[in-house]
Design a protein around this ligand. Structure first.
Ligand SMILES: [Zn+2]
Ligand SMILES: [Zn+2]
Length: 173
C-alpha cells in the first residue's frame, strides 16, 4: 500500500492493516498487524505506529526453525529523497533522530513495516537462550540428549566453556 504525500494532512491519517513480510529469501512471508499514523508538515511526513508479527527464524546453533514474536512501536520522520544533499544540516539531524526518505511523493507502507521488522530481529537468532546446539562430532541435537563424543560434562552451564575449548582445539589442528 502506497500513500500519496498530498493525501496526508497535518491532523494525520491513520490505517490499520495487515502486511506480509518476508525476512529472508528462503523463508515464506509472515503477516504483520500494523497500526500506522501519518501526519504531514510541509514536505516532512511524521510516521508513527506499531508492528506486531511472529517471524519464523532459524536457530543459529541447532538450525531448528522457531517462531520469534515482535511487538515494536516506532516514530520516524520522512523527507523527500530529492532533498538529500541540499541542506548540510540534514546529516547532523539524521544522526540524532530517525530520518527516512520517500521518493515520487509516495510513502510505501510495506517498506516501512519491513524495515521496522528487520530492525527488531536478533543479530544471532537462538531458539532458546540456552540452546545447546548440534554436536560438531556426531551431529546430534544436544537439546534432545547429550552425545557420547563429550567428556561426560552434561552440565549445560559448562557447555559454553566446552565450546571454547573445542574452538581452541580446532585452531591447533
Ligand atoms: Zn537452537
Ligand atoms: Zn557428539
Amino acid at each position: 500500500m502506497r500513500l500519496n504525500v498530498s493525501d496526508i494532512t497535518a491532523e494525520g491519517v491513520q490505517h490499520e492493516l495487515r502486511v506480509p513480510v518476508a525476512v529472508s529469501e528462503s523463508a515464506g512471508a509472515d503477516t504483520a498487524d500494523v497500526f500506522i499514523r501519518l501526519s504531514r508538515f510541509g514536505r516532512r511526513v511524521l510516521v508513527e505506529g506499531t508492528v506486531k508479527i511472529s517471524v519464523s527464524l532459524r536457530c543459529s546453533r541447532c538450525l531448528r526453525d522457531f517462531s520469534y514474536p515482535i511487538d515494536t512501536s516506532f516514530r520516524e520522520e520522512y523527507n523527500p529523497a530529492e532533498d538529500i544533499g541540499t541542506e548540510s544540516e540534514q546529516e547532523l539531524t539524521a544522526g540524532e533522530m530517525d530520518i527516512g526518505f520517500y521518493t515520487d511523493d509516495e510513502i510505501d507502507i510495506p517498506d516501512i513495516v519491513k524495515e521496522q521488522v528487520l530492525l527488531s530481529l536478533p543479530m544471532k537468532p537462538l531458539c532458546i537462550p540456552e540452546c545447546m546446539g548440534i554436536c560438531a562430532g556426531c551431529g546430534r541435537d544436544l537439546n534432545e540428549e547429550p552425545c557420547e563424543c563429550g567428556t561426560g560434562e552434561t552440565d549445560p552451564r559448562l557447555a559454553p566453556l566446552k565450546r571454547i575449548r573445542e574452538l581452541i582445539n580446532d585452531r591447533k589442528e
